[in-house]
Design a protein around this ligand. Structure first.
Ligand code: SF4
Length: 280
C-alpha cells in the first residue's frame, strides 16, 4: 500500500487561532468558562476542552452572568456580541478574521439595499450569524434550483459561506447573472478552503481510495469528501482511526489522505499508523 497525503492538511489559520485563544482562556481562568456551541467542528478537540472543565452552552441565556464565554471560529454576530456584553460576560471572541470580513460585506450590502443571496447551509452557525447581521434580510441558496425561484431584482449582492465549494460558487454566480440589473459577487470562500479543495481534487486523481478525516458536522470536511466522490474515487469520511475498516482496502491500493480544517494532526497520524500496522 502506498499512502499519499494531501498538500493541504491539518488546522487552518482560523482554527489554529481559535484553539490557541481557547487554551489561553483555560490557562487564565478555569471556573465559569463556557463555549458558545462547539468552537470548531471537531468532536475530539471539543472533548479535550470539556474534560478540562469548559462547559458548552447552546445560547447566551444558558451562560450565567459574569462568566467567560468563548465564541466559535465561524462566528458570532455583532448583535449577539452586544448581548453578551450587556450580560456582563467576559468574551473571548475567536471569530476567524475571514468570517468577520464576510459579516462586514453582508452588512454593507444590507445598508446599500442589495437583495442579498448567501450560498450556504441554512443551519450552519456561520450562515445563522450572517442572517443575524442583516436582520434576516437574505436568501440562502444551496443549489441552482434554489436560484431559479428568485424574481428579477434591481441589485443583488452574492456572498458565500467561507467553507463552500468554489466550483459550485462559480456555477451559482453564473445562474444569478440574469436575475438582476446589477449583480455584485464577492468571493468570500476563504483561501485556505479553496486551496484545500484544489489539493483534494489533485489527490483524488491519483489514488484508488480516499480517506477524508474530520468531524461529521464539519462543512469543509464534508466538501472534501464530495470532491473525492465526484471524481468516482472510493471515498470515506471518518472522524477517527476506529472508523476505518480493513475490507475497504487492497494491499496494492494507493490511498490518499486529506483532512478538514478543524482536524488535529494527531487524529490524522493515528489513522496513518493504523494503515501501516495493517499493510506495513
Ligand atoms: S476555514 Fe477559513 S474561514 Fe474557516 S476558520 Fe479556517 S481560515 Fe477561517
Amino acid at each position: 500500500m502506498k499512502i499519499i497525503l494531501s498538500k493541504k492538511i491539518g488546522f487552518c489559520f482560523g482554527v489554529k487561532k481559535s484553539v490557541n485563544l481557547a487554551k489561553n482562556a483555560l490557562k487564565a481562568r478555569k471556573d465559569n468558562l463556557y463555549m458558545l456551541g462547539s468552537i470548531i467542528n471537531n468532536p475530539q478537540v471539543i472533548e479535550y476542552f470539556t474534560k478540562k472543565g469548559v462547559k458548552i452552552a447552546g445560547n447566551l441565556d444558558e451562560v450565567p452572568e459574569e462568566s467567560t464565554v468563548i465564541t466559535r471560529a465561524h462566528g458570532i454576530s455583532p448583535k449577539m456580541l452586544k448581548k453578551a456584553y450587556q450580560k456582563k460576560l467576559s468574551v473571548v471572541d475567536t471569530t476567524c478574521p475571514y468570517v468577520r470580513k464576510v459579516q462586514k460585506i453582508a452588512h454593507y450590502l444590507y445598508k446599500k439595499d442589495y437583495f442579498i443571496v448567501i450560498y450556504g447551509d441554512k443551519k450552519h452557525p456561520e450562515v445563522l450569524s450572517l442572517l443575524d447581521t442583516v436582520q434576516n434580510n437574505a436568501l440562502v441558496v444551496n443549489s441552482i434550483p434554489d436560484t431559479e425561484k428568485i424574481t428579477k431584482k434591481k441589485k443583488i449582492g452574492f456572498i458565500s459561506q467561507t467553507t463552500k465549494n468554489i466550483y459550485d460558487f462559480y456555477k451559482l454566480s453564473s445562474a444569478l447573472l440574469n436575475k438582476a440589473e446589477e449583480l455584485r459577487i464577492f468571493n468570500t470562500i476563504c483561501k485556505s478552503t479553496t486551496e484545500r479543495q484544489k489539493s483534494a481534487l489533485e489527490l483524488a486523481k491519483e489514488v484508488d481510495v480516499m480517506l477524508v478525516i474530520g468531524g461529521k458536522e464539519s462543512a469543509n470536511t464534508t466538501r472534501l469528501a464530495e470532491i473525492g466522490k465526484n471524481q468516482g474515487v472510493k471515498t470515506y469520511h471518518i472522524e477517527t482511526k476506529n472508523q476505518i475498516k480493513y475490507k475497504w482496502f487492497h494491499p496494492e491500493d494507493i490511498v490518499g489522505i486529506t483532512s478538514g480544517a478543524s482536524t488535529p494532526d494527531w487524529v490524522t497520524n493515528e489513522v496513518i499508523d493504523k494503515l501501516k500496522e495493517w499493510y506495513g
